[in-house]
Design a protein around this ligand. Structure first.
Ligand SMILES: *Cc1c(COP(=O)(O)O)cnc(C)c1O
Length: 396
């Protein structure tokens, strides 16, 4: 008998979403426009503290719109974190532009200010500065935004903050995703809140957001007939899904709490194991702990990452390696890349040593104990620090 599946990060509904969906049905607002959209955008902008927001069909679409708004086009350079999901960089290709990948630094696992500085200096010398820098906040962790912003400011290059995984996280008290010219979020099924699929583009530039709304609705000029001057996209979120988003937004705080609790429990139960290093939280930041991630020093641990992944697979537990750096992807073969330091490739190292544990806010205490037991068994260290039993009660 196989054991019940434990997933990495499942959609977690409240049950109240139905009310908004019913309302939309009853009032026949199932078109991709309607009162839920306007309300969702407004409520979302307020939640993160941005001046304006536009709800779109995915996080990827939001990145694409941000690039279009910054006039990124064929032959332009765009810098992007290398340790991320491919969706961060695909829109660079949609625009016919050339990505340049920037390594991580070890503290945050996110964009290395050092590598970014080298890349900027070289680009400035060649008089070929990037049109934008896409900074990704991985697994809920904020990037070193002060350092990154000051480098970008020095060269006058705008930042697009990919906060798809970091909604609810803060850097010095300010919401992740609100540091760049544009911030993007995702409501895909595995993210901290979900609309089944969807995204949001935010900015303090309300005019730019209006322009994004125009581009996302096929760029229809104001005229009684159908009139088009520029290329547009069909990127709006539907009124139906915006209703789901509004309900989900109301529970964002408790979803962050639940994920942080899950992290704490893992930490208490596993941190004593040799060679296990959890992704730390940067000073003055709070992570939503979207996924609990850690890296394994295989020599100290005397267990390999592959052995651990196999052990999880046997127990029908979904654990994953961290993102494969984009500069190693066949899709981006030959693309330039800047390492953290000479001969220090942080993202590559994290890829070979990192592991993501099941972290969905709907994970039960019992399920989490199964993950912990499997992990410790792989280390032959079944005896555990009892303190985690006290922390083991989940409120969701
Ligand atoms: C999920 C994700 C995206 C894309 O969001 P979608 O809504 O799935 O298009 C972009 N960047 C990162 C880092 C992500 O994790």
């Amino acid at each position: 008998m196989t054991k019940p599946r434990i997933n990495l990060s499942l959609a977690h509904l409240t049950g109240k979403e139905q009310k908004y969906i019913n309302e939309a049905f009853e009032t026949n607002w199932v078109a991709p426009a309607g009162p839920n959209i306007d309300a969702f955008e407004k409520e979302f902008a307020e939640t993160v503290g941005a001046k304006a927001a536009v709800a779109v069909s995915s996080g990827t679409a939001a990145i694409h719109l941000a690039l279009a708004l910054l006039d990124v086009s064929k032959g332009d350079k765009v810098f992007c974190s290398t340790l991320t999901f491919v969706a961060s960089a695909n829109p660079i290709l949609y625009q016919g532009a050339d990505p340049v990948f920037i390594d991580s630094e070890p503290e945050s696992w996110n964009m290395s200010p050092n590598a970014l500085k080298c890349a900027m200096e070289e680009a400035a010398l060649e008089d070929d500065l990037p049109k934008a820098v896409i900074v990704v906040n991985l697994y809920g962790q904020c990037s070193k935004m002060d350092e990154i912003s000051s480098i970008c400011d020095l060269y006058g290059v705008p930042i697009i903050e990919d906060a798809a995984e970091s909604l609810g996280s803060t850097y010095k008290g300010k919401a992740s995703g609100t540091f760049g010219e544009f911030g993007i979020y995702s409501f895909n099924g595995n993210k901290i809140i979900t609309t089944s699929g969807g995204g949001m583009l935010v900015s303090d530039d309300s005019e730019a957001i209006n322009r994004a709304r125009f581009l996302a609705s096929q760029a229809r000029d104001p005229a009684p007939h159908y009139q088009h001057t520029v290329v547009g996209y069909n990127y709006r979120l539907s009124n139906l899904l915006a209703g789901v988003g509004r309900t989900q937004l109301q529970v964002l705080g408790s979803r962050v709490k639940a994920r942080r609790r899950i992290f704490e429990l893992y930490f208490h139960a596993l941190a004593d194991l040799p060679g296990v290093r959890f992704m730390q939280e940067l000073k003055d930041t709070e992570s939503n702990r979207w996924l609990t991630t850690l890296s394994i020093n295989e020599e100290e641990a005397e267990v390999t990452v592959n052995q651990l992944l196999e052990a999880f697979q046997k127990e029908n537990i979904e654990a994953r390696p961290v993102w494969k750096p984009l500069h190693l992807q066949p899709l981006f073969k030959g693309v330039s890349y800047y390492s953290h330091k000479e001969n220090t490739h942080v993202a590559e190292h994290l890829f070979t040593t990192g592991i993501c544990l099941p972290s969905g806010s709907g994970l039960t205490g019992e399920e989490q104990l199964r993950v912990i037991k499997c992990f410790r068994d792989a280390f032959n260290k079944t005896i555990i620090n009892r303190s985690y039993f006290i922390l083991g009660k989940h409120e969701v």
